[in-house]
Design a protein around this ligand. Structure first.
Ligand code: NAG
Ligand code: NAG
Ligand code: NAG
Ligand code: NAG
Ligand code: NAG
Ligand code: NAG
Ligand code: NAG
Length: 845
């Protein structure tokens, strides 16, 4: 019940939103429940002449599954012959480039038919030649484009699909071919009216009724306004484009254009509506020139090239705007030479003149030869009394998805053709890791045999197992001069000398300490070149420390992710165990939430941080070869860099997640009180759902700005997880929100956020969502927050003032800063995109 009420209120909120938009789109009375318009790569939102506003790239990052991608642009595409899409030109001028499989994810407020419109044009980019890119565009169930590329840099590519969405999510996946990349210029994803397609049509080969259209997805191959000019999205009821029929018309000398004023068109009670086709389509037509000839001996004929491995839905639009009285016009309809309708009597079907009518035909692939669809209308010879004539007003040809769920080639979307897909990547990585491990083991064995190392040596060189294939530098070298470069795959970065680190930390001065953990102290160091580092020095007298240290170094060697703290190098001289990390300038998340004098983070910043941390954990659980469990998720282990980008740190307690044949890892309970999964505590069984529980506590901590455990509070309030859950059950969660931000949270967003946190804290692991689901829900919450702040500007003012306070750009801004990308090919190469070093202000909508 609550669920229902919730989605209803969200729905209403969105309706309001679109009502607000619709002031500018006067000609359209249709309000799509879902309406996502994105001008990818664009620094600012784009208002088209048809009145619709496409979101800028920064406004749409929350739809993206990854933030590692690149923007590209050209100044203008006006020099390109583009009469086909005159109003859409601004959408083609910028693009977003993806080097790995990426997703745009949309929440679906009303399941059912949706338009998906995609815009592609290979704009110029200094590093990427977009005409070389090869990629697949798909959803979980449907392939839209397979190994697609835009080779012709003078061609604008527009693809339009009609898909049935049954769930509350829609993911558009762009998946580059191995060693290639994907790009896209703009996306439209919006609800289509249910009436747009019915389940049945007439099959023409063999002639029969065809049922089951609703099972198919469609690609619009042609949409033609016969006998009339182009109809742009501005003049269409559903923002479609209808092209003129010039070029498809055979025997043009036998044809005459006819047209009447659009308002002459008189829509019937049932049947065709302005949503099926606007009156501009029905008010123009082609008829036979010299109609009334005694013995007309030709058909009006249109031919369009198609891919003959697919079946097609063909919709013909008619409106008798030529007859003077009823029952004058009879004609035959042929599809690829096959009789579609004989002695078709429009006036009998519509009982009126100028009344729109449409007819759907399904043409099976087996009836298509020469890769052509041929539509013909010609006078019926059997009825001598009639004036010989025929007409056609509009024509739509829609490619139907095949039984594999594909609209491009015989590939189903589950096929792992793309080597960049995660599974393959993981497999590759596992293979590499195994190979490296085998060699390391071999070398290690040989060394042991040669050197008979004593215990302390083994311990001292705990990191030796990560040493590279360069066996000459291993074993034989003296202890202070290990090779500086690690080979690919396992990249621990640079080896620091102890004296370098002593210099950097003023000989491990106590004033340089920025943190203390079970393993020892963390120092802030500065290299001679000014680089800041976080230097973690292991406590040599604690054996616990060594284990955690080794775990951490093992973990980190496998992990590279934007939302995990990266290791820069290490030092293992003189029994020291020192790890060197990137310095996280803003420190732990907790310090920005409570207990310090730092300015409070805005709600949006907090959401962004939680989403970042969730991404890091999600990667930990699913991205590494076997999956890892962090085991110590808490607000002090989520660090913020200078742009408030969240990174998960401290993998000292991490464990490999259970493998497939195990359901859990049995282990002594470790972690931090207040965050501990009760199930883990009870049964000492560790799963990735233990991290989900802890993350739920983090979510409440961020919302309520108080510690997970606060013994100074009354008994029932000491444990935040319990307290928040009881408040939530009583429906008074608002009462315990951080008062500094309480007024800025939209109620839909709050509901979604708390719902996500609540699910994380489920008593039993099986009832908790996966980290991926948590991530999705947080992104949903962010979208709801953004949606409401579009209606409600005061919140943004607060955000802006907050940003000024802290003297920092907000997290959302950081997404638009020069994007630094870690190429995920294990080489650790970092490239920067020079474009858009400062894209407009996200808040400045
Ligand atoms: C991009 O690649 C295509 C095909 O390889 C080539 O013809 C074109 O000149 C390249 N463009 C640029 C700007 O390098
Ligand atoms: C019919 O109208 C179209 C679009 O206005 C035009 O391009 C075409 O030349 C016309 N055909 C004839 C035969 O007049
Ligand atoms: C679109 O409709 C407007 C009137 O609403 C009309 O003036 C204009 O000519 C139409 N444009 C096209 C391309 O049909
Ligand atoms: C019209 O086309 C149909 C199918 O191609 C053909 O059978 C018929 O003979 C044609 N009619 C005329 C008058 O050419
Ligand atoms: C086309 O015909 C084939 C064989 O007759 C049949 O298996 C297939 O289902 C048909 N396709 C459609 C879309 O009806
Ligand atoms: C191995 O190490 C030596 C000495 O550090 C170096 O000269 C050589 O280039 C290295 N070889 C490889 C393959 O890295
Ligand atoms: C190192 O560990 C020992 C024993 O666990 C402890 O007594 C000592 O204070 C620790 N030293 C540092 C620098 O943390």
């Amino acid at each position: 019940m609550r669920e229902l009420h919730f989605s209803l209120s969200v729905y209403v909120c969105f309706l309001l939103l679109f009502a607000a938009f619709s002031f500018t789109t006067a000609s359209n009375s249709y309000l799509p429940a879902d309406n996502y318009l994105i001008n990818c790569g664009s620094p600012e939102s784009t208002m088209l002449q048809d009145g619709r506003t496409f979101k800028s790239d920064s406004q749409s990052v929350s739809f993206l599954s990854t933030d590692e991608n690149i923007l590209a642009s050209v100044d203008s595409v006006s020099d390109i012959s583009s009469s086909s899409f005159p109003l859409s030109l601004p959408l083609f001028s910028t693009a977003r480039i993806f080097r790995e499989e990426s997703m745009y994810r949309f929440l679906v407020f009303r399941p059912g038919r949706h338009w998906l419109r995609l815009y592609f044009y290979p704009v110029t980019h200094p590093l990427y030649n977009l005409t070389t890119s090869v990629f697949t565009v798909k959803t979980d169930k449907m392939v839209f484009l397979h190994d697609f590329s835009v080779k012709d840099s003078a061609r604008l590519v527009f693809k339009e699909y009609l898909v049935d969405v049954t769930s509350d999510r829609f993911s558009l996946i762009l998946s580059p071919l191995k060693n290639s990349f994907a790009f896209i210029n703009a996306i439209e994803f919006l609800s289509a009216p249910d009436t747009i397609i019915s389940d049945s049509a007439s099959a023409v080969s063999p002639v029969a009724d065809f049922n089951g259209l609703l099972k198919h997805a469609f690609e619009v191959s042609y949409r033609v306004n016969v006998g009339g000019p182009i109809i742009t999205p501005k003049n269409d009821t559903l923002w479609r484009t209808w092209q003129p029929d010039v070029g498809y018309m055979k025997i043009p000398q036998g044809v005459k254009n006819v047209s009447v004023a659009p308002d002459v068109v008189n829509y019937p009670e049932g049947g065709a509506t302005p949503l099926i086709a606007p009156n501009a389509v029905y008010s123009s037509a082609s008829e036979m020139a010299d109609s009334g000839m005694i013995s007309p001996n030709f058909n009006l004929t249109w031919e369009m090239p198609v891919d003959s491995s697919f079946s097609y839905l063909i919709r013909l639009h008619f409106c008798d705007i030529v007859s003077k009285s009823l029952n004058e016009l009879y004609f035959n309809i042929y599809v690829n030479g096959l009789m579609g309708a004989s002695s078709f009597d429009l006036s009998a079907l519509t009982s009126g003149l100028s009344v729109p009518y449409y007819r759907d035909f399904v043409l099976n692939a087996s009836a298509i030869s020469n890769d052509l669809i041929r539509i013909q209308v010609g006078p019926s010879s059997s009825l001598q009394s009639a004036v010989p004539n025929a007409l056609l007003n509009g024509l739509e040809i829609l490619k139907m998805s095949n039984s594999d769920g594909s609209l491009d080639g015989l590939f189903s979307s589950s096929e792992k053709h793309s080597a960049t897909s995660t599974a393959v990547k993981i497999a590759e990585f596992t293979g590499l890791a195994l190979a490296v491990a085998a060699i390391v083991l071999l070398v290690f064995t040989i060394c042991r045999r040669n050197r008979r190392p004593r215990d302390w040596e083994k311990r001292r060189s705990f990191s030796s197992c990560f040493h590279p294939l360069n066996s000459s530098s291993f074993c034989i070298k003296s202890k202070s001069s290990y090779s500086n470069t690690f080979t690919s795959g396992i990249n621990l970065g640079r080896v620091f000398t102890l004296s370098e680190l002593r210099d950097a930390t003023r000989n491990f001065d106590e004033t340089a300490v920025i943190g203390i953990g079970g393993f020892g102290k963390v120092y802030l160091g500065e290299l001679e070149d000014g680089t800041s580092l976080a230097i973690k020095r292991g406590n040599q007298s604690s054996s616990q420390g060594i284990n955690e240290f080794q775990t951490e170094i093992k973990m980190l060697s496998k992990l590279r992710h934007r939302h995990l703290v990266s290791i820069i190098g290490y030092c293992d001289e003189q029994s020291e165990m020192i790890l060197v990390y990137e310095y996280m300038a803003k420190g732990p998340l907790r310090d920005h939430i409570y207990g310090t004098n730092l300015p409070p983070l805005s709600w949006r910043q907090r959401l962004d941080i939680c989403i970042g941390a969730a991404r890091g954990l999600h990667y930990l659980h699913t991205g590494a070869s076997q999956g890892l469990i962090h085991r110590d998720v808490k607000t002090t282990n989520i660090l913020l860099d200078e742009n408030f980008v969240a990174k998960v740190s401290d993998f000292g307690l991490s464990r490999d997640a259970p493998s497939l044949d195990q359901t859990h890892v049995s282990t002594a309970v470790k972690g931090s009180f207040g965050y501990l999964d009760p199930e883990y505590f009870r049964r000492q069984q560790l799963t990735d759902k233990s991290d989900v529980y802890s993350f739920g506590v983090v979510l409440f901590e961020v919302l309520c700005a108080r510690p997970a455990l606060d013994p100074t509070l009354p008994r029932e309030q000491v444990n935040l997880a319990e307290w928040a859950m009881t408040r939530q059950r009583k429906g008074v969660i608002e009462k315990i929100i951080d008062p500094r931000i309480a007024g800025t949270i939209s109620s839909e967003c709050l509901m979604k956020y708390v719902e996500a946190a609540e699910k994380c804290l489920a008593e039993y692991g099986v009832d908790r969502p996966s980290m991926g689901d948590v991530l999705w829900n947080l992104e949903f919450a962010l979208q709801l927050q953004d949606a409401s702040s579009q209606l409600d500007p005061p919140e943004e003012e607060l955000e802006n003032s907050n940003i000024e306070n802290s003297g920092q750009s907000s997290l959302s801004d950081s997404e638009e800063e020069p994007i630094i990308i870690n190429i995920n090919d294990d080489s650790g190469v970092v490239v920067g995109s020079p474009l858009f070093s400062n894209i407009g202000d996200f808040q400045g909508r």
